[in-house]
Design a protein around this ligand. Structure first.
Ligand code: ATP
Length: 445
């Protein structure tokens, strides 16, 4: 954690990102645009983020949440679709080419796979001196080599290594070279995109400790991206949790670990091994993977996977039963049900397959709890909907289930609220003005 060698600036944060969006348009040829078939991947969709001088901000989320796209857009390796990136008060999103150059020096990136970001046919010396030459630092090759030497020593490597090529090093050493390269231009902000994910656990600890040392020595600010909260806990002063292109919770690191408010954060945290037995919670298993940002779920993007999704006020059963019904509904909507495959699976066990057999098999395969766990009216809706699917009436099935398994979480995007200073959460359960009854028990998790 940073020792804040440089006092925070009085002039506001070092970096202030507001409403940042990065959308990728696919199938973007003339005909697609003419017929409206172009599809938009909303990889980053309205992110606000601040980083103070000398601070480390962790960004965490599963694969596909948009972390790398956010990192690359903030570093201006990608052009934003919308929003602002203010660095020391200057709007970077408006700068290009020559005007951006001084900021490219001040904002450096460290990548997950150091080998693919280091030129294979350049020696380490050349890799470290090339950026100095580009930015006109050092009066001679010797002076630049001296600067490179000091950085290679700072990251714990031997100056004699400057003559070697990247592939002659271990993964941990390659990442040290990546860090040395980021340091050569004396940046004020480093964006580290999963810098330890590809390394063995023991090597991870060494690299994290090196980054912590460098940060407290030089007072650099770091945006540290990881999918693993235990890594984030070790390095970050504050944490932002990202899901499907948005930040769903942010808080000082200790507050986030002590009192996580968003169900997604809780699920991520439950998979972090804890040393203190009294703080251990049962593992919350999230079903499925992050949905495609081509077609994000309505309302709260997390609701289809949320262990705490809010049932309607008149739901007569428990939360787990509701969640099973909601998942059944979503699955029937997104998956083409292959009745022949169902029939095939029944073939061996049943002599003559009736529509009722097919219906029961469909329910058994798709509903995550036994049918009798659902309250009677919901049970009937599931049976009726499954019958409609077997009869080829997918739309009727969808409408039956939508009437029964409805959640306020799918209707409205949650507002971001701040239950305690600096702790911001976007979840209907936390927002006192949210629809539905946020106090309904969350059920067994
Ligand atoms: N150039 C691109 N064109 C289209 N879609 C893209 C592009 N780059 C990223 N995406 C999509 O944007 C989403 C976010 O990707 P991103 O790599 O930023 O996520 P991530 O959280 O960093 O995941 P990972 O840890 O796996 O890299 C993904 O669905 C990805 O497929």
């Amino acid at each position: 954690m940073s020792q804040t060698a440089h006092p925070p600036s009085d002039d506001g944060p070092l970096l202030e990102v507001s409403g940042l969006r990065k959308h990728f348009v696919q199938n973007d040829d003339f005909l697609d645009r003419l017929f409206g078939d172009a599809e938009t991947v909303k990889a980053v969709d309205g992110v606000d983020l601040t980083v103070d001088a000398g601070e480390t901000v962790g960004i965490v989320g599963e694969s596909g949440c948009g972390k790398s796209t956010l990192a690359e857009t903030v570093a201006r390796l990608q052009n934003p679709t919308d929003g602002t990136i203010r660095y020391k008060g200057t709007a970077l999103e408006e700068l290009s080419g020559r005007k951006m150059k001084p900021y490219r020096r001040e904002i450096q990136m460290i990548f997950q796979d150091p080998l693919s970001s280091l030129h294979p046919r350049q020696t380490v010396g050349e890799i470290l001196t090339a950026p100095l030459e580009v930015h006109g630092i050092g009066d001679s090759d010797e002076e630049r080599l001296d600067i490179a030497k000091s950085h290679i020593e700072r990251v714990g490597l031997d100056p004699s290594h400057l003559d070697r090529y990247p592939n002659q090093f271990s993964g941990g050493q390659q990442q040290r070279i990546g860090i040395a390269r980021a340091l050569t231009l004396e940046p004020e902000l480093i964006i580290a995109d999963e810098p330890v994910s590809g390394l063995d656990v023991s090597v991870q600890a060494q690299i994290l400790s090196l980054l912590n040392d460098i940060q407290s020595e030089l007072g650099i600010s770091i945006v540290f991206i990881a999918h693993d909260l235990s890594v984030i806990r070790y390095v970050a002063d504050r944490v932002a949790v990202m899901y499907l292109g948005e930040i769903v919770e942010r808080a000082p690191t200790d507050a986030l670990f002590e009192d996580p408010a968003h169900p997604y954060t809780r699920a991520l945290l439950s998979s972090v091994p804890r040393i203190e037995p009294e703080k251990r919670t049962d593992r919350i298993r999230l079903r499925g993977t992050v949905p495609s940002p081509l077609d994000p779920p309505s309302g709260c993007h997390f609701h289809p996977r949320c262990p705490a999704v809010i049932p309607p006020d008149d739901w007569p059963g428990d939360q787990e039963a509701f969640r099973a019904g909601l998942e059944f509904r979503k699955q029937l909507r997104v998956e083409e049900i292959d009745l022949d495959a169902l029939r095939g699976r029944l073939d061996a066990s049943t002599e003559r397959i009736t529509d009722a057999d097919l219906r029961d098999e469909l329910i058994a395969e798709t509903l995550s709890v036994p049918l009798d766990r659902l309250p009677v009216p919901a049970r009937e809706s599931v049976q009726e909907a499954a019958t409609a699917v077997v009869d080829g009436e997918a739309e009727r099935a969808a409408s039956l289930l939508a009437d029964r398994f409805y959640t306020p979480c799918e209707e409205r995007k949650p507002e971001t609220v701040e239950p305690t200073p600096g702790h911001r959460v976007a979840c209907h359960r936390v927002d006192p003005d949210a629809p539905g009854d946020p106090n309904r028990p969350e059920g067994d998790r």
